[in-house]
Structure formats: structure tokens, C-alpha cells
Ligand binder design. Structure first.
Ligand code: ADP
Length: 505
């Protein structure tokens, strides 16, 4: 293993504005108000760069979930929300995006402090993405359409039929998200729900609740009617499970691990709730020898190391044509070695820590298992001597397709590199996984690209790029990466029920 790394800097003190937010009382946002938790269970919130507690939130119990669901139900059925015109919903969502933009600096700092990512990345990726996601989704509020159609119904003589469909809100939606892009995931969930007229009970991950709580302030400031969005904090197995099982919830939207996604899907079966799942991945990055190799090296490094590898569509399996393998893998390893690890609020930092001690240990154990199975560590593979949850960017070679490091989602900065000789072989290797979230193909030959894209079983295939996500591009998984497509027109299907209307006249 490569034991050398630059010393880790200390985390700068937060700004006064963020320091004040960290002192927020543990409360829930229910029915438009900040309310006291019913129970006494609390969850410490840590800065992953130091391991120190920075805030405390409440762990919502079943009664808190009841309150939030009741508020969402009342807002859906009795409040002003259901009578609002689409253009009014659009204006509210747009207003929220403006408030996100106005508070970008503070939200990016909060996200960095809580998640570990750099404030720079939080600003240009997470906050810009959140603002733009709300803006994009605001537009759909006024563009929901359905169909009228001719039927062949044989009625009594002289009776005609007018048949059409209506799109109606799916109802009360429970939304549960992970810790890797906390506020952006909130936008991905709340944006389409609000555009379609649903009401929400939203839960951020227990590790990263802080920006969601701040977003609730902005939702109130934007003027959404009480109960349209309710925000609970809590553990997955308590709050999350209670949300999923609640009979007052019509739909669940979940982003997280495949393991929890399966649990949620089973639990939702009892009440046949609508379920959309965006789950794990083990995405291939496939580099042909005719690619712009410099671009491919940089792209492959970013594909796996962006956000410390804590990305569901991270390019964690690198397949390089035999002719280019050494050059690409040496290039990616050199890029990995050059990444400066450090705390997110230090402007010199390029990669922050992982989100938690648990995640750091999990990633290190995966690396150890790879080594035990015979993999060679080309670079990284260690935790620097620092209190934060860092793992050095890691490249593993000499791996086989049956190793756990090749098969399982690690969710950290760990790349496994393999050689291939032709398109059919690499397509089979790329598809030899239970996951199917994303992939990237790097080639300057249009025929190669056109031949391989249809063979890849994944919800997104990038060509000569990776990890580029746009609100207009449907996003979701084949196979065990989930079901349903978020973003674009496709997400409207997840948040609406289609009603057929048949009028005899
Ligand atoms: P990770 O393994 O990346 O932490 P999880 O899938 O465990 O991802 O967590 C994603 C989200 O799911 C978090 O908000 C977490 O609290 C929630 N969660 C975890 N377990 C459950 C569960 N049994 N039911 C509902 N939500 C859960």
C-alpha cells in the first residue's frame, strides 16, 4: 500500500451564520410550524472532518410520523393547496429556488460541514443543482397534460362517448433520502411532488439532516401552505420504517441502498403503496484505445473520486482495452495520488472525508478484502492519520470478476481496473453485475459507441463523459438499481395517478 499522503489540514471555524444554524433546537417542521418532538430520542450530528458533534436533531417516533402524515393529508384534501392553480404552484416552487439561490453560501457551508464534501463542490454542484432542479420542476406544474381519445365502445343507439384521462396527484408522499447529496436529493424529491400537487413527509438521512431543516425554513418563507411539506429527522429503522408502513401514505420515493430499498418495497406491499426506488450501482467506465486518452484518464478519475466516491452512479469499475490499459491506469493512479484530502471548509481541499466512521470502516474493509482476494493496490488504500473519516483515493488492479470489490457497491473512492479485448467481451463484463444504474463509454469511433450503447444494461449511458446529470434527463436504474425514472417528463408518472373518464352523452 502507498503510505504517503500530505498532512490533513484542520477544519476552519464556521461562519457566524452557520454557527447560529448549528444551535437550532431539535424540532420537526409539521403543518407549517416548528414543533417539539413527542419523544426524547436525539441524534448527534457530526462533522466528518473532525468527528466532533456540531448539532443535535430529534429522532421522530411513530406519533411524530402520525402528526406529519396527518398534516400532509389535511393539506392535500382540505387546504388551499388542492385549489391552487398550476401557475400558483409554479410560482411557489420558483420562489423556493430563488431563496435557495439567495442562501447558497450559507447552505453550501452547512452541507460541507455536515457531509464532508468541499464547500466549493457544494456550491457549484449541490446548490446550483438544487436551485436549477426546482426551476426545472416549477415549469412542469403548468405543463401537466393528459389525453383525449376515440374509443370503440358499443353503447345503446344514439349514445356517444367522450373519453379522456386526467392526471391527479399521487397523494401523500413519504420521501426518504441518503446522505451523499442531502439538499440536492431533497430537491429531486420535493420538486416533482410539488409540481404535481402532492404533499410530502420528507426525511433526510440521520447523518446529514442540517440542510433539509434549513430548506424547511425557506419552504415556509416561500409561502407554501402549511402541511404541503413536512420535514422529520430520524433514524431509518425508526422514523423511516414508520413512514413506509404508515397507512396514510400513498406513495414512497426512496433513494438509498439496494438493501434498504428491498426492505421498503416489501413493507410497502402490505398497503400497496406506490414505490419508486433509486438504489445502488457499480457503474462501468469503458475506455476504448481510440478514445482521447487524456480526457478519458481525467474522466475516469472524476467518475470514481467525485464526492469521495459516495455517488450512486460513480464509475467504480474501470474497463480499459488491453492496448491502452497501462497508460490509462497509470494516469488514473497518478490523478488519485495528486488529490489533496482535507476538511471541506478549507479552500485548498480537493476531496473531503467520507460521511461517517461507519462508512470509512466499511470502505477500508472492502479494500482489505480485495487485497486478501489477490488484488494489487496501485495507490491509496489507507486512512490517513487524522481524526476525520478520510480514505485515500484507491486504485486496485489484478482483480477478478468474482471478488467482492468488483461485485459489491463500496460507496467510497475505490476503483477496480480490468482489461478487455473487444466490444462483446466488455459488454458482457460490464453487465455482469446485479446493478444497472449508469455506465460510460469512451471512444472517438462513432460505430463503436453506437454498437455498445444498446448492449449496456443501465438507465444512463454517458459517452465521453460521466456523472453529468440534468433535470431533463430521466434518471434511474435497470435491474437491482431500482425502478421508476426520476427527472424529465418521466418523473411525472411517479407522482401522478392516471384517471380515465368516460362520459356518455
Ligand atoms: P446508506 O447505507 O447509504 O446509509 P441507507 O439506504 O441505509 O443508505 O439510507 C438511506 C436512507 O434510508 C436514510 O435516510 C436512512 O435513514 C433510511 N433508511 C434506512 N433504513 C430504513 C428502513 N428500514 N426503512 C426506511 N428508511 C430507512
Amino acid at each position: 500500500m502507498n503510505a504517503s499522503h500530505a498532512p490533513i489540514a484542520t477544519q476552519p471555524a464556521p461562519s457566524n451564520a452557520v454557527a447560529a444554524l448549528l444551535k437550532r433546537k431539535p424540532q420537526f417542521f409539521i403543518g407549517g410550524d416548528w414543533v417539539e418532538p413527542i419523544g426524547a430520542d436525539r441524534i448527534p450530528v457530526l462533522d466528518p472532518a473532525t468527528g466532533k458533534q456540531i448539532a443535535v436533531v430529534a429522532d421522530a417516533g411513530a406519533q411524530d410520523v402520525d402528526r406529519a402524515v396527518a398534516a400532509a393529508r389535511a393539506a392535500l384534501e382540505k387546504g388551499p393547496w388542492r385549489h391552487m392553480k398550476p401557475v400558483e404552484r409554479q410560482a411557489l416552487i420558483w420562489k423556493l429556488s430563488d431563496l435557495v439561490e439567495k442562501h447558497t453560501d450559507e447552505l453550501a457551508e452547512l452541507e460541507s460541514l455536515n457531509n464532508g464534501k468541499t464547500k466549493f463542490m457544494a456550491t457549484v454542484v449541490d446548490l446550483a443543482g438544487t436551485r436549477d432542479y426546482f426551476r426545472y420542476m416549477a415549469g412542469w406544474a403548468t405543463k401537466l397534460t393528459a389525453e383525449t381519445f376515440e374509443t370503440s365502445i358499443q353503447g345503446p343507439p344514439g349514445v356517444n362517448f367522450h373519453t379522456y384521462t386526467r392526471r391527479e396527484p399521487a397523494g401523500v408522499v413519504a420521501q426518504i433520502v441518503p446522505w451523499n447529496f442531502p439538499i440536492a436529493m431533497a430537491a429531486w424529491k420535493l420538486g416533482p411532488a410539488l409540481a404535481t400537487g402532492c404533499t410530502c413527509v420528507f426525511k433526510p438521512a440521520e447523518q446529514t439532516p442540517l440542510t433539509a431543516l434549513r430548506l424547511a425554513d425557506l419552504i415556509a418563507e416561500a409561502g407554501f401552505p402549511p402541511g404541503v411539506v413536512n420535514v422529520l429527522t430520524g433514524l431509518g429503522e425508526s422514523t423511516g420504517a414508520a413512514m413506509v408502513a404508515h397507512p396514510g401514505v400513498d406513495k414512497i420515493a426512496f433513494t438509498g441502498s439496494t438493501t434498504v430499498g428491498k426492505l421498503i418495497n416489501k413493507s410497502a406491499t402490505d398497503t400497496l403503496k406506490r414505490v419508486s426506488l433509486e438504489l445502488g450501482g457499480k457503474s462501468p467506465v469503458i475506455i476504448f484505445p481510440d478514445a482521447d486518452l487524456d480526457a478519458a484518464v481525467g474522466g475516469a478519475a472524476n467518475a470514481v473520486f467525485f464526492n469521495s466516491g459516495q455517488v450512486c452512479c460513480a464509475g467504480t469499475r474501470l474497463f480499459v482495452h488491453r492496448k491502452a490499459f497501462d497508460r490509462v491506469v497509470e494516469g488514473v493512479s497518478a490523478a488519485a495520488r495528486a488529490i489533496r484530502l482535507g476538511p471541506g471548509l478549507d479552500p485548498a481541499t480537493e476531496m473531503g472525508p467520507l460521511v461517517s466512521r461507519e462508512q470509512q470502516e466499511r470502505v477500508l474493509q472492502y479494500i482489505e478484502s480485495g487485497v486478501r482476494d489477490g488484488a494489487t493496490v496501485l495507490t491509496g488504500g489507507m486512512a490517513p492519520n487524522a481524526p476525520g473519516y478520510y480514505v485515500t483515493p484507491t486504485v486496485l488492479a489484478d482483480v477478478r470478476s468474482d471478488m467482492r470489490v468488483v461485485r459489491e457497491e463500496i460507496f467510497g473512492p475505490v476503483l477496480v481496473a480490468q482489461r478487455f479485448d473487444d466490444i462483446e467481451e466488455v459488454a458482457a463484463m460490464a453487465n455482469d453485475t446485479p446493478y444497472g444504474l449508469a455506465a460510460s463509454v469512451w471512444s472517438s469511433n462513432v460505430s463503436t459507441v453506437q454498437r455498445i450503447v444498446p448492449q449496456i444494461k443501465a438507465g444512463t449511458v454517458w459517452v465521453n463523459c460521466h456523472n453529468f446529470i440534468d433535470p431533463a434527463m430521466p434518471f434511474g436504474g435497470f435491474k437491482q438499481s431500482g425502478f421508476g425514472r426520476e427527472h424529465g417528463r418521466a418523473v411525472l408518472d411517479l407522482y401522478t395517478e392516471l384517471k380515465s373518464v368516460c362520459v356518455a352523452y
